[in-house]
Design a protein around this ligand. Sequence first.
Ligand code: HEM
Length: 515
Amino acid sequence: MSTHIYFGGFAALAIALATYFIFTGRSSLPSYIPGPPSPSWIAGNAVQIVNEQEKAGDLEFSWFKRYGATIKIKGTFGTDILMTSDAKALQYILLTSAYRFYKAPELCIALDAMGGPGISTVNGADHARQRKVVNMSFSETQLLYQSIKTSGNVVNMDLWFGRAALDALGKAAFSYDFNALTDPENSEMGHILHHFHDSTPSTSRRLRVGLWALEKIPPLRNLLAYFPGEVHKRFRHFQDACMKFSLPLIDEAKKMVDDSTKDMLSVIVGANQSENPNRRMSDEELICQAPHILTAGQGSTTSTLAWTFYYLSHDPETQEALRQEINEVIKRVGPEEPFSVHDYDGMALLNAVVKEALRLHPILAAIPRQAEFDEIIPLSEPIITENGEKIYQIPVKKGQHIQCAAHGYNRNPVIWGPDAQEWNPKRWLNKPDMQYSVGVYGNTLSFGGGVRNCIGWRFAVMEMQCLTTEMVKKFRYEPSVDTKKVLPWPGFITTPRMKGRFHEGPQMPLIVTPI
Ligand code: HEM
C-alpha cells in the first residue's frame, strides 16, 4: 500500500516539476534588484541561511551591508524571493496591506505538520474568523507564574525558563498543570517541547524540495501521515499529547454555564459558542488551537528570556541598576504585595532590557509572505542601480514570495543607529518616535506586525516582565566557562545552543548565586 502511495507521489512530483519548468519563467523580480549569488539551484540561498552560518542573522547582515536593505535571493528551483529590511516596505507589506499578503504557504505547511490547521496557518477570511474568537482569550487572561527554584551553581537557564514558561502557559491558557517545574522528570510536555526543534531541518535540501512539492501538489500532503522521519514522529507525539489534555478541557468548557474559569481555552470555547453559527470554529479548528498556542508561546518566550539573562550576566552594571529599580517598586508597593501590570509597565529599565533582548534575538529570522495580488512595494532606502538611478518602488506579481527580514530590520543601522549590532538597553530610555510603524512592542519585528502579528505579545511581555523581575530580585548572574560557546542557532526558530553540541538541545549555562 505505502509503496504505491510513494510511487504515486514521486510520479506526481515529476509531472509537477516538468510542468513548472515548461510553463513558468525563472525570474519574477526586476533585474535591477541586487542580491547574493545562489550556491544551489535546487535549494537556493534559503538553505544557506540555516546551514552556513553559526549565528542567526550574520549571513543576512552581510548581504544587506553589501547590497542594500532590499535584495533578491533564490528559493527552491531558482525561484526569486524578495528579502527586505526596509521599514517602509515592511510597514506596507505587514500593516497597510493586511490580507493582501498571505502567510507564505511553505511555512503554513510546516506549521500544519506540527500542530494541525489552527490560527497560525490559516489565511484571509478564515484567519480573521479564528483570530476574532482567539483574541478574546488574550484580553481576559491573568498571568500566572511559578515560584522560582534552582538546583545548583551553574544553571541551564533555557531549560529552567522553558519549564517556567510551559507551566505559566498551562495555567493561563488551559487551567492545566504540566508540572514542568515541580516534576520535570515526568512532565511529558516539558520533554517534548524542550527538544521540539532539535534537528528540525528547515535546513536540508530534501526538506526544501519536499515543502516545495507539498505546496505545488496539495494532494501529496496526504502522504505526510506515512512519513517515517524522526521530526515527523516528534510532531505526531506532540499532537497526540495535546489531544490528550485538551479534548476533556474543551468538552468541559462547552458544558460550562458560568464564565468563572478565565483560561484562554475556555474563553475561546465560550466565545465560539456565542458566535454566529456560520462563523463558528469547527471542533477540529478548536482542537488545533492548543498545539498552536503551545508551539507559538513556549519556545519563543523561553529563548528570549535566556538571551535576556545572557546579556545581564555580561552587563553587571545594568543588572545592578535593574535590581535597584525593582527594589524601589518593592519599597513603594510593600514587600509582600505583588506588582501590578501598571507597576511593571512603569519600570523603564526593565522594559528597556526586555525590548533590547527581543530586538537582538527575534525568534523568527524572517516573516514569510506571499503577494495575493500584483503590488507596488514602496521603499524608504532606495535601490541604486548600476547606472546610479535610485529606485523607490518595486513592482511585484501575484504569488511573489517575500521574506520580511526580522534580524535585518531589528539591526538596521539606518533605523537603530551605528551601534545597532550592540547590546545597549539605554537606547530605549529616551527613544524618539520612529518614522514608520512596523511592530507592536518597541517597533521591532520580533512579534511580527499587522493583522497577524503575535496574538500573545502582551501575554509574553507580562511573562517576561514578571520572570525577569523575580529572577533578578532573588539571584545574581555571571557567565560560566561555557557561556561564550552559546550561539543563536538558526533553526526553525532561533534557539541558544552550544557550539558543536546542537543535539543536546537549547542551553544557556550561567552561574547563578542567591542574593
Ligand atoms: C517572546 C515571545 C514571543 C515571540 C517573539 C513571538 C513571535 C511571534 C511572531 C513573529 C508571530 C508572527 C508570525 C507571522 O506573522 O508569520 C507570532 C504569531 C503568533 N504568536 Fe507569538 N511570540 C511570542 C509569544 C507568544 C505567546 C506567549 C503566545 C501564546 C500564549 C503566542 C501565540 C502566537 C500565535 C497564536 C500566533 C499566530 C497569530 C496569527 O497568525 O494570527 N506567541 N508570534
